[in-house]
Design a protein around this ligand. Sequence first.
Ligand code: GLY
Length: 369
Amino acid sequence: MQPIPVRLGTRSYLVRALRTIADLSKEFDAKPGRDFALIDSNVDKLHGETLRKALPHAHFFRIASGEKSKSFMSLEKTANALVDAGATRASRLVAIGGGVVGDLTGFLAGVFMRGIPFIQIPTTLLAMVDSSVGGKTAVNLKSGKNLVGVFHQPQAVFVIPEFLQTLPVREVRCGLSEAVKTALIQDASMVGFLEKETYNEERLDTNFLAKVAHQSIRIKAKIVSKDEKEQNIRAFLNFGHTLAHALEALTEYKGLLHGEAVAIGMRFAALLSRRMGYLSLSDETRIQNLLQKYTLPQSFQFLQQKRHGFTRINPTMLTKLIRLMHADKKNDNNAIKYVLLDKVGRARLPQGIEEKELLASLKEFLTLA
Ligand code: GLY
């Protein structure tokens, strides 16, 4: 993968691919006492030894795996641990993990001693494809996901496909979900590529996943370079996320993974786009087929499966879902704003949707298998 620039003036940086985890040793000048790595506890179990060998100068802190760590409690605990370990304004954080560790580390770096630099080393496909690039950082509140955070760009992002070899299949699907999103909003040729490739999820093909990551990052880097603070086109990247965030809050960030929620949210946004008269039925079917090809969930039925500890979504819950959608950051003047599609590969800027239409669309969605 050629390095991909995120062009933001003096805060520009590169997303670079490394062949192996061990190659990280060549990328860090081993200044003693400067780097503090926040590492996901699962990643630590699998790759901790190799990472410590590659970054012998860094001080490592384990962050418990799971969405619960994207909280103020975890932020405070880690900040205290950093101070106890001697971190100062001259320190730098290194995020080693998926979206949770990346978002938490980025936020902490943005506010620790009023802001210190950080580096992203994403270890999940989802983090490589989306969350590690673009400088969005946050923690969750009970009332909604990512509601407190800052824009704080990393100094560099290192993408190492070796991490994908140990990624559970459900996590691979989550990354593919965000990749499908990136293609649908902006790049019909990437949609074509995803449709054409033969894919068998039982045979983990890290070359294919690295290609998917490369294409997604290229698109995202261009969007962020044009609209860092989400004044216009960066909002496209929230396609599928309005319902996704509401579903995650409804299920209390347990059981349902972000990429799964996004897949359900995209299927709903496609239905809504068709109902609003923007998207053709044939494009809606293409989206449905694409989600199916990558074994992504596309209806509320997924939540009813036992492992999610959740029962039937009924009409009363639809009202609750709409209430939760009101907490979305895209909204203003109490209108729920949605990113919709004109066609495959072209999104529309967020627009207010009347509650009556939203409820009717959710009722139609409820009937999908
Ligand atoms: N994940 C959406 C964005 O970075 O804008």
